[in-house]
Design a protein around this ligand. Structure first.
Ligand code: KIV
Length: 307
């Protein structure tokens, strides 16, 4: 694997592009987005694929886990991201309990994300236990991305957000999970928070691309959460890159604006429109006439005295 040639930024990315990228040793860059303007910016920046992650719940909706995210939330934000994207592949996350209850429900919900949301693929968490679902959904024509390692929807079972598969048995289980997902038809697999050596082994064994987050540089691609990467969250996980300090820039800019409003320094001339002097004079004259006290009007004392 090498980081040689980037994908053609002018061409629409599909799951076929993912397969070709792995075959040709081109790394795949993914990022999350949850709204149209962000999707537009990351698409223009040349990212290969955009994940409408259920991290939405934590980084945008203010929940403390991904568990409360609903299908309605995912559909609403997927539509927005698709409206802002013209080139990258949009992958929509299947939220908690949208695919675990039955195969039929999983297919119906995956179908909604594609048909109503406009996503090009869906992602769902879990290894062998979700392989049957991956097969059922892919056989209906919907591309599925797997997700193993730290799977946030199972946070209560995993005992927290921590690195997974550090020991031999867990690592071998994870490899089996990945092979089961590939065999079931997944077009790619997210490897979240696992040791780099294990991620490299998995990437070497699989024919489909691995997309790492907290899994070292040996994966076939990388995904990061937009807000982590740009310094917009309250907390930055260890695996997150920090490419800008947008949170600090926003706080400083809004603080300066607030001060200017308080000081009557904003709006300034540049943001202001003025009336033509003639129009202003006419308006003032009209108002003066309208507000002039009535003299000799209908209820004067003289009139009353005449009754
Ligand atoms: O929801 C999400 O953003 C994710 C990525 C962290 C892979 O699943």
């Amino acid at each position: 694997m090498s980081a040689a040639v980037p994908m053609d930024p002018q061409r629409s990315v599909t799951t076929t592009t993912f397969r070709a990228a792995k075959a040709q040793g081109r790394r795949i860059a993914m990022i999350t987005a949850y709204d149209a303007p962000t999707a537009r910016m990351v698409d223009q920046a040349g990212v290969d694929a955009i994940l409408v992650g259920d991290s939405l719940g934590m980084v945008v909706l203010g929940h403390d886990s991904t568990l409360p995210v609903t299908m309605d939330d995912m559909l609403h934000h997927t539509r927005a991201v698709v409206r802002g994207t013209s080139r990258a592949l949009v992958v929509a996350d299947m939220p908690f309990l949208s695919f675990q209850v039955s195969l039929e429900e999983a297919l119906r919900n995956a179908g909604r994300l594609v048909a109503e949301g406009g996503a090009g693929a869906v992602k769902l968490e879990g290894g062998r236990r979700t392989a049957e679902t991956v097969r059922f959904v892919t056989q209906a024509g919907i591309p599925v991305m797997g997700h193993v390692g730290l799977t946030p929807q199972s946070v209560n079972q995993l005992g927290g957000y921590r690195v997974q598969a550090r020991e031999t048995a867990d690592a071998l289980t994870l490899i089996d999970d990945c092979r089961a997902l590939e065999e079931a038809g997944a077009f790619a697999i997210v490897l979240e928070c696992i040791p780099a050596e294990l991620a490299q082994l998995v990437s070497n064994e699989l024919g489909i691309p691995t997309i790492g987050i907290g899994a070292g540089v040996g994966c076939d691609g990388e995904i990061q959460v937009f807000h982590d990467l740009l310094g917009m969250g309250d907390f930055t996980p260890r695996h997150a890159g920090r490419y800008a300090e947008v949170g600090t820039a926003i706080r400083e800019a809004v603080g300066a604006y607030t001060q200017d409003v308080h000081d009557r320094a904003f709006p300034a001339e540049a943001q202001t429109t003025h009336l033509d002097q003639r129009v202003l004079a006419e308006i003032k004259a009209a108002r003066a006439a309208a507000l002039k006290p009535a003299s000799g009007g209908s209820l004067s004392g003289g009139d009353r005295g005449g009754l």
